[in-house]
Design a protein around this ligand. Structure first.
Ligand SMILES: *[C@@H]1O[C@H](CO)[C@@H](O)[C@H](O)[C@H]1NC(C)=O
Ligand SMILES: *[C@@H]1O[C@H](CO)[C@@H](O)[C@H](O)[C@H]1NC(C)=O
Ligand SMILES: *[C@@H]1O[C@H](CO)[C@@H](O)[C@H](O)[C@H]1NC(C)=O
Length: 230
């Protein structure tokens, strides 16, 4: 059950899942069979009640807390260096600001350090990191990152050397803990990918600013209700 799914989970599919996993073959023998039958019936009944309670509890949690994923936007991106040497080594330096938003009124996110990489047409053109941070309810946090590489070998027929304008995507990888009241989830992986950036390499000592108006970030995160720890 994906807690962040837009549709509420279906009780029927859950019940089917459980019943198919808890079905046991019945042993032979007449008197034992009727006794066993009654036992099985009770067991099924109790299981059904438990499942219904779990689904109701999940539904109530869902309705009360209305969980939303954290969202991200790239607010600015500057490139102070991007050159490929004649021996096909890339030197790059980017710095950018990501705005993270926690839209939830009752849910808190606790982020591990974030590893950041910038990618152009499948080539990694820089790496960096953002320190761990906490996002309380309804919080907006601006995160600054410096992403760079020095002397990374690039393919000699790579587009990176000649292209004046290159597409970029920013990848953020981390793990988060979700806090809902006194409930805390285990750390779950989150991956954010921001696409739609184009940039032109700076010339000499100038600093280029990439347009970030068309940038879209997508956060991938799914939390299973039964992984929760209280
Ligand atoms: C690339 O950047 C390095 C470091 O800033 C610099 O020494 C080198 O001259 C640059 N090369 C080109 C071709 O711009
Ligand atoms: C990049 O770093 C420079 C120098 O530290 C700073 O002035 C600039 O505002 C930074 N840009 C972004 C987008 O963070
Ligand atoms: C967001 O949370 C951080 C860390 O607790 C805090 O420093 C910052 O001021 C908060 N921002 C807003 C807009 O509430």
């Amino acid at each position: 059950m994906d807690f962040f799914a837009t549709a509420a989970p279906s009780p029927l599919s859950l019940a089917l899942y459980f019943s198919s996993h808890h079905h046991r073959p019945q042993p032979h023998g007449n008197s034992r069979r009727s006794c066993c039958c009654r036992f099985c019936l009770w067991l099924t009944f109790i299981l059904l009640i438990l499942i219904i309670l779990a689904v109701v509890a999940g539904g109530i949690l869902y309705v009360i807390y209305r969980p939303h994923r954290p969202s991200f936007t790239v607010s600015s991106l500057q490139i102070s260096q991007f050159n490929v040497t004649s021996s096909y080594h890339l030197n790059s330096r980017f710095n950018f600001t990501v705005t993270a938003r926690n839209p939830n009124k009752k849910i808190e996110f606790d982020f591990n350090p974030v590893s950041v990489s910038i990618d152009s047409k499948g080539s990694d053109v820089g790496d960096g990191s953002i320190p761990a941070f906490v996002m309380p309810k309804k919080n907006t946090t601006k995160l600054k990152a410096v992403v760079a590489t020095s002397g990374r070998s690039v393919d000699d027929n790579s587009d990176l050397k000649n292209k004046k304008s290159l597409p970029l995507s920013i990848h953020l990888d981390t793990k988060i803990k979700v806090k809902i009241g006194s409930l805390k989830t285990k750390r779950v992986p989150v991956r954010v990918i921001c696409n739609g950036i184009r940039f032109t390499a700076p010339v000499g000592k100038t600093v280029a600013t990439a347009s970030t108006s068309g940038v879209k970030c997508k956060a991938d995160l799914s939390i299973k209700i039964w992984k929760w720890t209280v």
